[in-house]
Design a protein around this ligand. Structure first.
Ligand code: SF4
Length: 126
């Protein structure tokens, strides 16, 4: 279990190592989770704007690209595939390459490669 959680809770660059066992405990108690998060990350909330949205004239530096188009077999209750509709679609390597080159030419910082999932919770990569 510890190894699985260590994989999930890898620290971001510059962040302290997140203790896997405490994270497991925190997942069972909102108060513990709140206190653990404050002890590691303080009271500062850093939010990142996804690249496919524009807010107050600003767009994030990583536009999302769906390699499955609008298709998602999983259809989670909170999304039902709606997230994919806001993304550029790259059904093959050539279109993904073009989107990457266009992003580079625009001065974007990169692209976020995403897509829908199969019922098995695996991604389909062509
Ligand atoms: S797997 Fe992702 S894209 Fe598919 S419905 Fe769930 S949140 Fe949306």
């Amino acid at each position: 279990m510890r190894n699985e959680l260590s994989e999930v809770f890898k620290p971001a660059v510059g962040q302290p190592d997140y203790p896997a066992q405490e994270a497991l405990h925190a997942s069972k108690s909102p108060e513990t989770a709140w206190n653990l998060s404050r002890s590691f990350f303080g009271n500062t909330l850093t939010a990142h704007l996804p690249g496919m949205f524009v807010v107050n004239g600003r767009r994030g530096g990583y536009r999302a690209v769906s390699i499955t188009g609008n298709h998602c077999e999983l259809q989670c209750d909170h999304c039902k595939g709606a997230l994919l509709k806001s993304m550029d679609h790259a059904p093959d390597g050539a279109s993904l390459r073009k989107i990457g080159l266009d992003a580079y030419a625009r001065g974007d910082r990169g692209i976020l490669i995403s897509g829908g999932l199969r019922r098995s919770r695996q991604a389909s990569v062509a």
